[in-house]
Ligand binder design. Structure first.
Ligand code: MZP
Length: 504
């Protein structure tokens, strides 16, 4: 006979948090938002922590290179979508990893004999204005000089003339020698008022370049999430079909975190793929699996698949129609509470802490806060980031407002058959599990997160907590009735013209 769980399947909007004692030390500026991603032993620290408990979904309409850079700069990570060719996904990861580092391998190089026209094409294609000149035009050739778009005038100079007649030659270039530290390199940039500092091998070959813009960006984004080599942390979605080829390509590109992108992760496919990845790469990669919505699903991925973190959520995503189409899923709050309780039991039994990611269905900032209070270590969002300038879609105007398209990975538009393989036909999906629509454009990720995270820090102080662990431990939640939700809104108010309320 079938089994019916006690109670309802509940959502985040049905809960509120009860404030706890706020001491004078509980100031937003004292709050730490460090969030573990990789599993760790009790008393130890996770080998990879986010600086903000937020990641973006592995979706075509959400996570590309710009999102990877923008989110890592804020302390989170973007899971670059896997519903694309292996080469294209690996190239995106490479771009994120090469975007910034103390010492960047030079990606734009020309030979001294190249024409200005060739140089201009290169600058336009790559979107950079500083190019290293090497004897053979390679990133590690003999260094001959540097040329920037200030060294010639496109409409005045003869574009068939060669680079060497316009570049700053090596004798006049300020450069660093291999072995120089990042701090000293930045000091040289500062002292000589330069934008870029080539780093040369002892024999004069180009090794790398240090850019002033990276230093400035780092100072402007103190929570920037960096790997051991000071490159941005990059994450990617993977699937259980081509992981034996995809994962090596992503590793080669420098990926730090991967997560299986699946609507239902409670499967032997994920177990086998995760064990294969662990066997091949050990702890050099952080592996997430999911999605699950039950204690049983969590236990399986923790014990059998030995993954680093587990994602929770089926059917709650804003574009998701899995529940209507197939009848599987669970209210996100109930799913999360159940999985968190099992994670805590697992911790008691084994001494191993497995971080949990609450994925999908977060409709506003309050729900992000409630998810973290309920014990999610970090949250994954699609719609939220689809609304930002950095999502990889084009803006469109609809009835005088600006929108961006946003579609589910289970829609025919995404054709992500690896995620929903059971529903595949020769021409596409037998049935869709996701919809295709539009979301309003809000602005840059940095600005959006500053508001969301500001609210989170403030609520953490209301609950007398200085970090996310204390936040969860201190969290006392109450279920709200329909009437108390009405009470929480405004009442007997006449709106003034600016839209802000005037109490009557
Ligand atoms: P949301 O933040 O837009 O509410 O939800 C994003 C999450 O929905 C993703 O991380 C993924 O788990 C899930 N998703 C993506 N595509 C679909 C679909 O087409 C979907 N059904 O459910």
């Amino acid at each position: 006979m079938s089994h019916v769980l006690d109670g309802f399947s509940r959502t985040f909007s049905e809960y509120l948090l009860i404030p706890r004692l706020t001491k004078k030390i509980h100031m937003t500026s004292n709050v730490s938002l460090l969030a573990p991603v990789a599993k760790f032993k009790k008393g130890e620290t996770s080998r990879l922590q986010l600086n903000l408990p937020v990641v973006s979904a592995s979706m075509q309409a959400v996570s590309g290179v710009d999102m990877g850079v923008a989110l890592a700069r804020q302390g989170g990570a973007a899971f670059v979508f896997c519903s694309q060719t292996i080469e294209a996904q690996a190239a995106m990861i490479s771009k994120i990893k090469l975007h910034k580092a103390g010492f960047v391998k030079s990606t734009l190089n020309v030979k001294p004999g190249a024409t200005l026209r060739e140089l201009l094409d290169l600058m336009r294609r790559e979107g950079h204005s500083t190019v290293a000149v090497t004897s053979d035009g390679s990133p590690t050739g003999m260094f001959e000089g540097i040329i920037t778009d200030n060294d010639f005038w496109e409409f005045e100079d003869d574009l068939s003339s060669i680079v060497s007649s316009h570049m700053t030659p090596k004798e006049k270039v300020i450069f660093g020698e291999i072995g120089i530290g990042l701090r000293s390199a930045n000091e040289l940039l500062h002292k000589h008022k330069k934008e870029a500092l080539p780093i040369l091998e002892k024999d004069g070959k180009l090794n790398s370049i240090v850019f002033k813009k990276d230093y400035v960006a780092h100072k402007n984004n103190p929570l920037e999430l960096l790997d051991n080599e000071k490159r941005l942390v990059a994450a990617a979605g993977i699937n259980t079909h081509d992981y034996e080829v995809r994962l090596p390509a992503l590793m080669e590109a420098g990926v730090d975190i991967v997560a299986f992108d699946s609507s239902d992760g409670f499967s032997e496919y994920q177990r086998d793929a995760a064990l294969w990845a662990r066997e091949k790469y050990g702890d050099s990669i952080v592996i997430g699996a999911g999605n699950v919505v039950s204690a049983e699903g969590f236990r399986y991925l923790a014990e059998e698949a030995k993954v680093d973190f587990v994602k929770v959520g089926i059917g709650g995503g804003s574009i998701c129609i899995t529940r209507e189409q197939k009848g599987i899923g669970r209210g996100q709050a109930s799913a999360l509470l159940d999985v968190v309780a099992e994670r805590n039991r697992y911790l008691e039994e084994t001494g191993i802490y497995i971080p949990i990611c609450s994925d999908g269905g977060l409709a506003n900032d309050t729900q992000i806060i409630i998810a973290l209070a309920m014990g999610a270590d970090f949250v994954m969002m699609g719609r939220y980031f689809a609304m930002s300038d950095e999502s990889p879609t084009q803006k469109v105007t609809i009835k005088n407002s600006i929108f961006k398209p946003y579609w589910g990975e289970g829609s025919n538009r995404a054709r992500n058959w690896q995620r929903y393989s059971e529903g595949k036909t020769v021409d596409g999906l037998l049935f869709e599990e996701g919809i295709d629509g539009y979301v309003p454009v809000i602005g840059p990720v940095k600005d959006m997160l500053s508001v969301t995270i500001g609210k989170l820090r403030s609520t953490m102080c209301n609950l007398g907590s200085l970090n996310l662990k204390e936040f969860t431990e201190n969290a006392v939640l109450t279920l709200v009735s329909g009437q108390s939700i009405v009470e929480g809104g405004t009442s007997n108010i006449v709106q003034d013209e600016s839209g802000s309320g005037v109490r009557t």
